[in-house]
Design a protein around this ligand. Sequence first.
Ligand code: A4P
Ligand code: MG
Length: 185
Amino acid sequence: MGAGPAGPGPMATPGATREVAFVALGSNLPGPRGSPREAVLAALAALDDLPGTRRVARSRLYHTQPLGGPAGQPDYVNAVARLETTLPPKSLLEALQGLEAAWGRQRVERWGPRTLDLDLLVHGARRLDREGLCLPHPRLAERDFVILPLLELAPDLEVPGLGPLARLAEGCPMRGAEPLPEASW
Ligand code: A4P
Ligand code: MG
C-alpha cells in the first residue's frame, strides 16, 4: 500500500498536489513474474507501492488481439488502473519504467512483444508534448484495449484536450477486446 490519504510517501514532495492518474498495463510474453496474466496482476499490486501513490481502482483484465508490431506476436492481456499520486508526471513515468525493467522488459522493436508495458494515459489536467512524455497518451483514443477498461473506471472522464471519454469511445474502432473470465481477475 502506498501513502494513505493523510500524507505523501517516501520521496514524494511534501505538500505536492494529489492528482488522479490512469495507467494502461499490457503484456504478451511470459517473464520473471510469470504469464502475461500473472505479470499484469502483479504489476497492478505494485502500482500501490509506488512512492506517494495509491491505486484506488482497477479494471477487469482483457484478452486482446495485438495491434501493430510484428506478425504472429501473441495475444495480449490488458488492463487500466486508477491512481492517486503526488508524483509529478515525469517521476511517475520513471517509476513505471522501473517496474517494466523489474518485470524483464526488453525493448527490441517498437510495438514488439513485451513482458510488461506501462503507459501513462492521463495525469490530472496535464497536457505535454515532449520527446519522452506526451499527455494524454497520444494513442489512447484509437485503442479498444485502453478505452474499454478506462470506461469501467471513469465513464464521465474528460480527457484533457480530447473531450469526453464516452465520445472518444464512440469513435474508437472495436477490435474484439474481451474481459477474461471473472476467476482470472
Ligand atoms: N512515452 C511518451 N509518452 C508516454 C506516456 N504517456 N506513457 C515514451 C508511456 N510512455 C510514453 O515507449 C516508447 C516511448 O514512449 C518511451 O521512450 C516513453 O518515454 P516504450 O514503452 O518504450 O515502447 P512501446 O510501448 O513499444 O512504444 P509505444 O509507441 O509507446 O507503443 P504503445 O503505444 O505503448 O503500443 N496491442 C494490444 N492488443 N495490446 C497492447 O497493449 N501495445 C502496443 C504498444 C502495441 N500493440 C498492442 C499493445
Ligand atoms: Mg509503452
